[in-house]
Structures are given as structure tokens and as C-alpha cells.
Ligand binder design. Structure first.
Ligand code: NDP
Length: 338
């Protein structure tokens, strides 16, 4: 079958596409310009005409995906802003929400062949920002970020802007499926922090995508304050496992209708530093790393997620922090970015 992947040049999408191609699917990726697609044509050269690109200049425009969706069997919608650089809500909520609604509208209009739609959501759509231990699962929704945005507008906290964009976008996908006679199953796949390494185009460390940039600053640059390195409440997944989750979401009958949370578990950034110190051989000189901190001095997890559906239905297993740390640092060493 042929799968449409939006935001093809992104960190996650590049791995999603590679996984699909490896498993024999044909892929049509969308990017905003020809220039943004060239690297992908090189990256996937060995798959020949199984990979093609289409340009969707502005995903917020009515009918933007009308041509792109034609003839595909499934859609993996990943395009959405994930950075904290924007001043204007228009650059943020609109592409997330209207991009999601737009691709679904186009599919409903022009692609009766679509049997599955997988939307890359985020644990941002589940968080409740309550103090104390939290264990979140498929029935939880982040209502606070949306409320904060509605009440305070663009003066709300930065974290709520991103979280609201993801919550509203995910909600839009479920609402659309409920309110229209759609021929497809809807599935959302929600990761927390996605680590690993980049195969998409990144010319310099400053242009790393948001989540790899967090790891890079913590491990290699040493610019992350210790309070942040030891801050609890975060979870992670390796991008290769996340890509696998996206593919399996297309393949497993029982996946339909699920809001999969996919994560290898909780982490502190300090965990990755501690592990970096144990690597032998070390991909980059160990004096680059901030100091290790004994485990008994570190806080335990505060937020955990129910990953049973992802395990039972998608059969997902996860890479370890050791493997991800080694592969990340090996890639950084290859690029000479230390
Ligand atoms: P990237 O920044 O690497 O990729 C984002 C992709 O979305 C790019 O292709 C980008 O295109 C596209 N995009 C962003 N804004 C727009 C816009 N206004 N119009 C058109 N396209 C746009 O991020 P990731 O790969 O990390 O993120 C992919 C998805 O995964 C997003 O939905 C994100 O919310 C989600 N996610 C990511 C997590 C992470 O830790 N990385 C965690 C949880 C969820 P362009 O390059 O042209 O800007």
C-alpha cells in the first residue's frame, strides 16, 4: 500500500518513512518546498520509486492536501510545530489544528481509498499538571492547557501553548471522525520526549529539532542547569521505536480507535549523563560530559504512563537508555559537533 506522511523532513517523520520503506510500503512525503525535499530524495534513494515527494506550501490553507491525498491507502500525519521560538499564535495553534483538520477534509473529499489515519500526537495531550504522582492512560485529557490558552490568550505559559496545540489538534482528529462518515480508522500515537539521532537534514547543532537539542545541550554542550538535569516528571522513547509504533498502528486491526501512549519509561536528563560516563569506548571524550551523580541522590519518577495497549496491541518493545545514549553520541562524534 501507499502511505502519505506529512512533514516528511522532520526528525520523527524521517524515521517513520524509513521504517515504512523498509517494510515494503510506498511512501509519499509532504514538505513545504523543493529545497526541503532534496535531502530526503538522497536519503531514500535505494528504495527507488517507492518514495515520492509532494509540495504542500501552507498546510493551513483550505484544500492544501487535496492533491497529496489522492490514491493513498493510509495517512501518517506528523507535521506540527514543535519548537518554542514563536511569538505569534498564528504560527502555532493554526498549523497544528487546521493542518490536522485540513488533511482529514482532503482525504474525505479526494481519497476514498484511505483506510487508516495515524496522527502523531503527544503526551502533551494527556498531562494534567497536578502535583504528586500521576499515572496517565488513554482516558486522560489535558484540559488545563486549553483552558489557560482560552483564558489568558498568548500570555499563558509557553508550555501550555505547545500542549494546547497538540491537545486541540488531537481532539480535532477524533471529533472529525465522529462527526463525519469517514471510511478510515483513527489512531493517535503519543510519545513523550523523543531521543535517538537525526537522519533528517540538520546543518548545525543550533538547528537540531527541539528534543534532540535538549539532549545535546544536556550531554555535550553542558549548558543545562543542574536543576533541570535532575528534574523529575519526564518520559522518553527512542525515535526508532516510535517509528515502529507508527508502522504497526497501520498493521494491527485492533489498533483502531486507540490513543496509544508509547514510552520506554521515565527519565531524568542526568540518567543519560550517568550512562555516558559508563560507555566504553566513549564516542566523545568524557570530560565533555557534566559530572555523574550517584543514583541514590536522584529523585524518583513523578509521571508514568499506561503503555499496556501499546504493548498488547502493537507488540512494542523499547530500546534502552544505554543504546540510545551510545547511538546519539556516536552520531554527534561523526558530525564533529563536540
Ligand atoms: P520537527 O521539528 O523535526 O518536525 C516537524 C515537522 O512539521 C517538519 O516537517 C516541519 O516542517 C513540519 N511543520 C511544523 N510547522 C509547520 C507549519 N506551520 N506548516 C507546515 N509544516 C510544519 O519535529 P518532530 O519530528 O520532533 O515532531 C514531529 C511530530 O511529533 C509533531 O507533531 C510533534 O508535535 C510530535 N512530537 C514530538 C516530540 C519530540 O520529542 N520530538 C514529542 C511528542 C510529540 P518545516 O521543517 O518546513 O518547518
Amino acid at each position: 500500500g501507499k502511505v502519505l506522511v506529512s512533514g516528511a523532513n522532520g526528525f520523527i517523520a524521517s524515521w517513520v518513512i524509513r521504517d515504512l520503506l523498509e517494510k515494503g510500503y510506498s511512501v509519499r512525503g509532504t514538505v513545504r518546498s523543493t529545497a526541503k525535499g532534496q535531502h530526503l530524495l538522497d536519503l531514500y534513494k535505494k528504495y527507488g520509486d517507492k518514495f515520492e515527494l509532494v509540495i504542500v506550501e501552507d498546510i493551513t490553507k483550505e484544500g492544501a492536501f487535496d492533491e497529496a491525498v489522492k490514491g493513498v491507502d493510509a495517512i501518517e500525519h506528523t507535521a506540527s510545530p514543535f519548537h518554542y521560538k514563536t511569538e505569534d499564535p498564528k504560527d502555532y495553534i493554526e498549523p497544528a489544528v487546521n493542518g490536522t483538520i485540513g488533511i482529514l477534509k482532503s482525504a474525505l473529499k479526494n481519497a476514498p481509498t484511505v483506510k487508516r489515519v495515524v496522527v502523531t500526537s503527544s503526551v502533551a495531550s494527556f498531562l494534567n499538571f497536578q502535583p504528586g504522582l500521576q499515572h496517565l492512560g488513554e482516558s486522560d485529557w489535558n484540559t488545563l492547557s486549553v483552558k489557560e490558552l482560552e483564558e489568558k490568550g498568548w500570555d499563558c505559559l509557553g508550555i501550555h501553548k505547545y500542549c494546547a496545540s497538540k491537545t486541540l489538534a488531537e481532539r480535532a482528529a477524533w471529533d472529525f471522525a465522529r462527526e463525519n462518515a469517514v471510511p478510515w480508522d483513527t489512531i493517535t500515537v503519543s510519545p513523550p520526549f523523543v531521543f535517538g539521532y537525526a537522519i533528517h537534514e540538520v546543518d548545525k547543532p543550533e538547528n537540531l529539532n527541539e528534543s534532540l537539542s535538549v539532549l545535546y545541550k544536556a550531554l555535550v554542550k553542558g549548558t543545562t542547569p543542574e536543576a533541570e538535569l535532575t528534574q523529575s516528571g519526564n518520559n522518553w522513547i527512542d525515535v526508532r521505536d516510535l517509528a515502529e509504533a507508527h508502522t504497526r498502528a497501520l498493521q494491527k486491526d485492533d489498533a483502531a480507535g486507540h490513543r496509544f501512549i508509547v514510552t520506554a519509561g521515565p527519565h531524568l536528563l542526568q540518567d543519560f549523563i550517568n550512562i555516558a560516563h559508563t560507555l566504553d569506548p566513549s564516542p566523545i571524550p568524557k570530560e565533555k560530559f557534566p559530572p555523574a551523580i550517584p543514583e541514590d541522590k536522584l529523585p524518583g519518577p513523578t509521571i508514568t504512563y499506561d503503555t499496556t495497549p501499546a504493548q498488547d496491541i502493537l507488540g512494542l518493545t523499547y530500546r534502552t537508555k544505554e543504546e540510545t545514549t551510545r547511538d546519539f553520541l556516536t552520531d554527534i562524534a561523526k558530525r564533529g559537533w563536540y
